[in-house]
Design a binder for this molecule. Structure first.
Ligand code: RFL
Ligand code: PHB
Length: 390
């Protein structure tokens, strides 16, 4: 089989890129290790920046998102039992975010592939990348007993943090930066009315908590938990009790609880691999970088990679202009590092660390005092949260 662009991974990065290229007449294939149902069962991001939403529309996938997604013009940070609202709209020159789940984004991208005839192979086993430094790279995968070869011009590694693409780059050409946090997030999805119409990021001595949502009848809550905790350790009752302890009293009294329909623990990690190109292989999304979820940057950073790659590949095929491909790694990384900075800053500020000294605790309190007393500091938070331009 011969395509122009072979995309490894059918998560949001891979699917969005293939849909955008397909519309432009570039022949692509997506090789996804898992089944469609499995990919759609993963509950992850919930907040889309306006740039990501714009790309979804450009990919002709924005209709349901615009109908069902909720525009949020503010978020709350709670501290010392008080809610402080940050007016994102006011502090980011009229921008906002869209609350629309990653699961729905992925579903819309699958539907668009079905509608427009984009090629996706599910359950692709043993995906292997070959001859990436040559002008004729190829990818092989196994389907049952058969090994299938895909010849292509370019390979896109969009197979997430645990994929095969990044490890296909020789270790000595890749520089990896990493910070592993000493805690995780325990997430619960429940069919209950959200406690607040806008997200609440809660700083508390017992640990961080987040009140998020998917719609006005579907809530998503998170608790900072020790890394050793397992999901089985947390009954629904224990989860709700602990969440109430970390919320301001008034908010806790309004919390509607119910059975969890999903419960999972995610470790928190910051990671960047540089460069994001090796010969004919380009990395995109979680395959190249990870952030802790506190700043809601992960999926959105994947979106900016896709934006740069999409324009670079279209310029290559339509105008024989390779400048975008040559500059891809540099451009993508410049924005990726800003998302790293913001996520690290917000995570450090709002979480309780085992080695927080009294001095560090006071510094964090002072940072928050400063934030809420300075329009410029609020402007900085808001412009990062709604998404820096690209
Ligand atoms: P994905 O989603 O991991 O998709 C990669 C795909 O590649 C497949 N794959 C392979 N395919 C073929 N061969 C192989 N060898 C393969 N190995 C893997 C996988 O099955 C998968 O389908 O990466 P992608 O597309 O780059 O997307 C990245 C986002 O998923 C991620 O950044 C976000 O979910 C992060 N994130 C958030 N991001 C936001 O922007 N806003 C948020 O509010 C937000 N909240 C979150 C989050 C991530 C979380 N977790 C679970 C880490 C909340 C949480 C709790
Ligand atoms: C979510 O709704 O899953 C979510 C929202 C905001 C974040 C992280 C996760 O910062």
């Amino acid at each position: 089989m011969k395509v122009q662009v072979c995309i490894i991974g059918g998560g949001p990065s891979g699917l969005l890129l293939s849909q955008l290229l397909h519309i432009q007449g570039v022949k692509t294939i997506v090789l996804e290790k898992r089944s469609r149902d499995y990919v759609l069962s993963r509950i992850r991001a919930g907040v889309l920046e306006h740039g990501f939403a714009r790309l979804m529309r450009e990919a002709k996938c924005g209709e349901r998102m615009d109908r069902e997604g909720e525009v949020h013009e503010g978020v709350f940070i709670s501290r010392n039992g008080q809610l402080n609202r940050i007016d994102l709209h006011k502090y980011s020159d009229g921008n906002s975010v869209l609350v629309y789940g990653q699961t729905e984004v992925t579903r819309d991208l699958y539907d668009a592939h079905d509608r427009d005839g984009g090629a996706i192979v599910h359950n692709a086993e043993d995906v292997t990348l070959h001859d990436l430094k040559s002008d004729a790279p190829f990818v092989t995968y196994r389907s049952g007993d058969e090994t299938i070869r895909v010849d292509c011009d370019y390979v896109i590694g969009a197979d997430g943090f645990h994929g095969v693409s990044r490890p296909s780059i020789p270790k000595d050409t890749l520089k990896e930066y990493e910070r592993v946090y000493p805690f995780g997030w325990l997430g619960v999805l429940s069919r209950t009315k959200p406690v607040s119409p806008e997200l609440i990021y809660c700083k508390h001595e017992r640990g961080f908590a987040l009140c998020s949502l998917r719609s006005q009848v579907l809530s998503r809550y998170y608790l900072q938990v020790p890394l050793e905790d397992r999901v089985e350790d947390w009954s629904d009752e224990a989860f709700w009790e602990e969440l109430k302890r970390r919320l301001p009293a008034q908010t806790a009294s309004e919390l509607v609880t119910g059975p969890s329909i999903e419960k999972s623990i995610a470790p928190l990690r910051s990671f960047v691999a540089e460069p994001m190109r090796y010969g004919r292989l380009f990395l995109a999304g979680d395959a190249a970088h990870i952030v802790p979820p506190t700043g809601a940057r992960g999926l959105n950073s994947a979106g900016s990679d896709v934006y740069y790659l999409y324009h670079a590949l279209v310029a290559h095929y339509k105008k024989a202009d390779d400048a975008g491909l040559d500059l891809y790694s540099e451009r993508a990384l410049a924005r990726v590092w800003k998302a790293q900075r913001f996520s690290w800053w917000l995570t450090t500020l709002l979480h309780t660390f085992p080695d927080d000294t009294p001095y560090l605790k006071r510094l964090k309190e002072t940072e928050l005092d400063y934030l809420f007393s300075s329009d410029k500091a609020l402007g900085s938070l808001a412009e990062n949260y709604v998404g820096l331009p690209y």
